[in-house]
Design a protein around this ligand. Sequence first.
Ligand code: SAM
Ligand code: DTB
Ligand code: SF4
Length: 356
Amino acid sequence: MNAPVSHAPVGAVRHDWTRNEILALFALPFNDLLFQAHTVHRAHFNPNEVQVSTLCSIKTGACPEDCAYCPQSARYDTGLEREKLMQVEKVVEEARAAKASGATRFCMGAAWRSPKGKDMPYVTQMVQEVKSLGLETCMTLGMLDQDQAKSLADAGLDYYNHNLDTSPEYYGEIITTRTYQDRLDTLANVRSAGMKVCCGGIVGMGEEAGDRAGLLQQLANMADHPESVPINMLVKVEGTPLDQLDDLDPLDFVRTIAVARIMMPESHVRLSAGREEMSDEMQAMTFFAGANSIFYGEKLLTTANPESNKDMQLFSRLGIQPEQRHVHDDDSAVAAQISDALEASHNDQFFYDAAK
Ligand code: SAM
Ligand code: DTB
Ligand code: SF4
């Protein structure tokens, strides 16, 4: 392949990746690709540290969107019980447990197309309460307009997760109820509100290598790379349109992680959904290829994830330490302020029964 050669040094932060250059990385002999990715990884991160996030589904099922991979879409019969928005107190209880088991970030997900006005006071309260425990906060609530992004940022939300899922070309095969541009607009609103971006996609959805390259090209050519890049392996859930697909070659998954690491050298690349089906050896290979974050805890949103003690055993066998949160003085001051404000405002206004 005659890929145009970039003169940027390997491991430089770039925003001008061409599709051919990316395909050329995918086409490298496996060992050459892993060596390059690991070299970039070591230049930017401690290779023996992995960031640990725990997920919580704050509103489950009955989603109006038609994402073909998703067990939570109301359009597919997956046997999932719908649940209303969780009470703030219950979310905080789960966050406390996540912190006690070693997570440093708590990611709250809702099966919404976008949050409604009436939901915003509850989700912002969740952010404030979870943050006051000393955890980093992340939410994924669907599309956000500018005002919603600002409210979440004002509440102290650290990260917003909104995935591009796949390449622009393959996207229409997977979702028809919102466009690629809608997703880019939400990401722009998140950035301009000052939050960190968590954005990645899913592989194993029947896409070609060119689509995996196309997804990474979109992510890496953003003006600022997402700070967090979740790479999910499709979890095939019975009843969804993708449940009968053939498995992706596990080595192609590892290649995707390695190419993401080379293209976004300063981002945390998360080995996300699909770990339950991966061997320890495959996970170890992704950590070598540059994955340095995981979802930790027995459940993702609605599907299974490895048991926490199994993950800790794997970390210990690999000599990996969970990454500690780097708290800045500013952060602790803000956390203390939030904590004081919450103490003062505990008039139960927000402790309503959200399930009603
Ligand atoms: N409803 C919101 C949205 O779609 O933006 C937030 C929750 S949604 C479940 C968050 C992400 O989970 C999706 O964008 C998708 O990338 C990932 N996801 C959902 N179902 C999955 C599956 N079966 N396998 C792998 N990843 C999945
Ligand atoms: C992401 O990229 N993966 C997470 C999180 N962001 C919200 C979700 C994975 C969901 C897997 C299917 C489920 O458990 O419902
Ligand atoms: Fe709804 Fe999100 Fe699932 Fe799509 S991925 S169906 S928007 S919950």
